[in-house]
Design a protein around this ligand. Structure first.
Ligand code: GLN
Length: 550
């Protein structure tokens, strides 16, 4: 039997970027999934990099890693968390991938005799990516986010491909959603619709008439404004969906549902839904809005000025905090400020320290200082990838009595390379896509904190790194109290380590943050917060009963 064809929803953005298009895509996924409609999602990024793996987090925010090892845009993390699916390489498409593929084909002679053009060659390659994901996922609906804003030069081939799809799959099988911003003018105290009208005009010029307009705003959107957008942009009144800023992104599916978006989409696309069930999301949001005792966590990293660089880490902390019925008080500590005896007084106030992933030497000594503080003062510590390297360097210095212990990433000539280049990567010069990426198995040691957290002995987690624990130091560090609680199944690679004489000091070579979901916190984050919440700092009171939960 031929499987029924997938339908496509294209989501474009207007006016400005960063208005929450990705969260809207993710939330559309949630509301469809809540009706038993299977969904998957894809992000189209117009830049010419093949993937964001080589971009600075300052440019792009976090690099999200899929289980099959693709380095992708952070929006994929939101899709995974909201739709609760594990996406694959096919969900991430960049102009760089498309062009390099088309040019490789041309060199191979696949188009012999032809002139290679944006239309149809580039657009066909793009459409192939849509169809490939539909085929592979067999989802009822493929939601595709066109990155950037309508009007960007780079985004045009993607929009053109999205337009062409309408004739290929038919009107009932495609839907165009446009997400715009309604700016607020303080002088006249009103929201303005003109930029939205312009961006819809721009879309129409390309041949796309939006079916639905989602209007982002920091202020309530009146009926009058909705009517105006409906009239000027030629969409049904009920298809103008207001989305005012909410305190937590996890409320967005509830707001869109409340505004009738779920029914609108299923009607327009002639889908056969079950009644929606968003009770899990409602519970989460109710919990979020209940007053809760804070747990103060320091995130010590080098890119903290741009919090998007740690998007999944922050979300994973949030999931764990809600699980414990607590509130997250996250202090962002630029690791450089802790270097050279810089002020570390902030560490004295926190109940847990997290050192996330990162690359390069800047700020490393500050992170090591934070790890020393955590070890000596018995403050819970969670190290993620680079955070594990930092913990091992710190412990190495203590165990070997040498301040020179280091990773060869930061000091190629260190006499004690406790962290070193992956043996099979020596001599590797190319930077793009050459790391150990994606899921690898790990065996946990019975009785360890890691095994206790996971409740199972064989796990798989996502990786993105070049450097490893150096096995030549295993014994010496073990004698000083380091426990290797997770190893690759062949025993060759240290995947998780812990400090024995400590309430909770654990680090992993992988990135657990990518696997955490609202309502299902990752076990390591859950237990890290579990340990941190019981830490009382000087002068602090035990939690007072703020709500009926206590
Ligand atoms: N820079 C380290 C490495 O390449 C850690 C990478 C990371 O934290 N993702 O191994």
């Amino acid at each position: 039997m031929v499987s029924p064809m997938s339908k496509y929803i294209f989501v474009t953005g207007g006016v400005v970027s960063s208005v929450g298009k990705g969260i809207t895509v993710a939330s559309i996924g949630t509301i469809l999934k809540s009706r038993q409609i299977s969904v998957t999602a894809q992000k189209l990024d117009p830049y010419l990099n093949v993937d964001p793996g080589t971009m600075s987090p300052y440019q792009h925010g976090e690099v999200f890693v899929t289980q099959d090892g693709a380095e992708t845009d952070l929006d994929l993390g939101n899709y995974e968390r909201f739709i609760d699916v594990n996406l694959t390489t096919e969900s991430s498409v960049t102009s760089g991938q498309i062009y390099s593929h088309v040019i490789a084909k041309e060199r191979r002679g696949d188009f012999l005799g032809g002139t290679i053009q944006v239309v149809p060659h580039v657009t066909s390659e793009i459409k192939d990516r849509f169809k490939k994901l539909a085929e592979k996922s067999k989802a009822d609906v493929v939601i595709i986010e066109v990155g950037g804003t309508v009007g960007d030069i780079e985004g045009l081939p993607f929009l053109e491909a999205a337009r062409q799809m309408r004739n290929e799959v038919g009107r009932d099988n495609i839907l165009y959603v446009h997400v715009t911003l309604l700016p607020y003018l303080n002088s006249t105290k009103e929201l303005k619709t003109k930029p939205t009208q312009h961006s819809v005009n721009e879309l129409r010029r390309i041949g796309i008439q939006p079916d639905i307009i989602v209007c982002r705003s920091d202020y309530p959107i009146s009926e009058e404004i909705r009517n105006k957008i409906s009239l000027f942009c030629d969409v049904e009144r009920k298809a103008v969906i207001p989305l005012t800023t909410v305190p937590t992104i996890y409320e967005v599916p509830l707001v869109l549902e409340e505004e009738g978006l779920g029914e609108l989409i299923t009607d327009k696309m002639k889908l056969k839904p079950q009644p929606p069930d968003l009770s899990q999301w409602q519970e989460l949001v109710n919990l979020f809005k209940t007053p809760r005792q804070p747990v103060k966590i320091a995130l010590v990293g080098k890119y903290v000025e741009l919090q998007d660089a740690y998007f999944s880490v922050r979300e994973a902390l949030q999931h764990a905090i809600l699980y414990h019925g607590r509130d997250l008080e996250l202090v962002w500590v630029p690791s450089e400020t802790l270097e050279n005896d810089g002020d570390d007084s902030i560490l004295r106030t926190v109940q847990g320290i997290i050192v996330p992933g990162g690359f390069g030497i800047r700020g490393i000594e500050g992170m090591v200082r934070a790890a020393t503080y955590a070890r000596e003062n018995k403050i819970p510590y969670l190290g993620l990838c680079l955070g594990m390297h930092v913990m091992v360097i710190e412990f190495g210095r203590y165990a070997l009595g040498s301040k020179d212990a280091n990773s060869t990433e930061f000091n190629a000539d260190t006499p004690h390379p406790v962290i070193d280049f992956l043996p099979d990567q020596k001599g590797q010069k190319i930077k793009g896509g050459t790391m150990r990426l994606g899921n690898y198995p790990c065996k946990l040691v019975d009785g360890s904190r890691a095994a206790k957290a996971y409740g199972q002995s064989l796990i798989e987690e996502r990786h993105r790194h070049r450097y490893e624990f150096n096995n030549e130091y295993r014994e010496r560090l073990e004698k000083a109290g380091m426990v290797y609680s997770g190893l690759s199944p062949d025993g060759r690679l240290v995947e998780v380590c812990e400090v024995a004489d400590h309430p909770w000091m654990l680090a992993c070579q992988f990135h657990p943050e990518f696997g955490s979901r609202p309502g299902h916190p990752h076990p390591l984050f859950r237990d890290f917060i579990g340990a941190a919440k019981d830490i009382l700092r000087e002068g602090a009171q035990p939690p007072l009963p703020l709500s009926s939960q206590y």
